[in-house]
Design a protein. Structure first.
Length: 277
């Protein structure tokens, strides 16, 4: 491949009508690849932004619930402190009455029991309120995690990207094997042509061949234009996906195939098919 003036790769167009027009540009393919990458990056940024907004909303709800719990706890502490003050005042009066040997009226005993019951009731309510608010905060945090079922962690995203890269490598290896099979078919066609030419020179074809037209071999029915186009697309896909290998890699198709001989064979095959048709 040749490098153009605008840093664009040149490639051979097997569908061209003449050899002078068998060079084209890869600019459109490169722009399409950049556009798809830009679109994927934009979608990822939108997903991250949505997740951040959802996290901020849920965090605000959790903060509001914690503030409400603190207010209720402060009110309960104030009530408990007030009851303790009342109990202290009542016990002081009771001690003073005992010191003065004043008989304790039955109303004082009833008031003491009432205050104790009220204090126990307020303590139970405060405990239930704290427990209920703690459960609400736990539910809010659980809802925050449940609202993001499709959010991937960094490790999961890394594992998925690794699996995708391995799958692409396997696809590239399969395409390379198919391209190798096509090159072997081209070599077989060349050998068959050389054998046919040698047989015609040595007079192997008998008198029957003079009366009947020669039978078209099976390899002549192959669409060589499509075969060469597929080989070029496989090579371009391989260069785009697979990384550069070490020096021990197999020689590329461009190094194995004599392109001038291949084009000569294609032109000869086209002329022969036109004559037969």
């Amino acid at each position: 491949a040749m490098r153009g003036e605008n840093a664009e790769e040149d490639y051979i167009d097997v569908y061209a009508s003449s050899r002078a027009r068998r060079v084209a540009r890869h600019a459109k393919a490169a722009s399409t690849t950049l556009e798809s990458q830009r679109r994927e990056r934009h979608l990822l940024l939108e997903a991250v932004t949505q997740q951040k907004e959802l996290l901020d909303v849920e965090q605000k709800r959790a903060d509001d619930a914690e503030d409400e719990l603190e207010k209720v706890t402060a009110q309960a502490d104030a009530l408990s402190k007030k009851l303790d003050d009342l109990m202290s005042t009542f016990m002081s009066r009771k001690l003073l009455e005992r010191t003065c040997e004043t008989p304790t009226p039955s109303s004082s005993v009833a008031a003491t029991s009432t205050l104790q019951l009220e204090n126990e009731r307020l303590k139970r309510e405060m405990y239930d309120m704290e427990k209920r608010h703690a459960a609400e905060i736990a539910d809010l945090r659980a809802d925050l995690r449940a609202d993001k079922p499709n959010a991937l962690t960094a490790e999961e995203r890394r594992r998925l990207l690794t699996e995708i890269a391995e799958a692409r490598k396997e696809i590239a290896v399969a395409k390379e094997a198919r391209a190798k099979a096509l090159s072997e078919a081209i070599e077989l066609r060349t050998k068959l042509e050389s054998l046919g030419a040698a047989a015609s020179v040595n007079g192997v074809s008998g008198a029957n061949n003079a009366s009947t037209p020669p039978k078209t071999p099976e390899w002549a029915n192959i669409d060589w234009d499509a075969a060469y186009a597929e080989m070029d697309s496989i090579k371009a896909e391989k260069q785009r996906i697979t990384p550069k290998l070490d020096s021990g890699k197999l020689p590329s198709l461009e190094e194995e195939i004599d392109w001038e001989a291949a084009y000569s064979d294609i032109d000869a095959t086209r002329a022969r098919r036109k004559i037969l048709s």
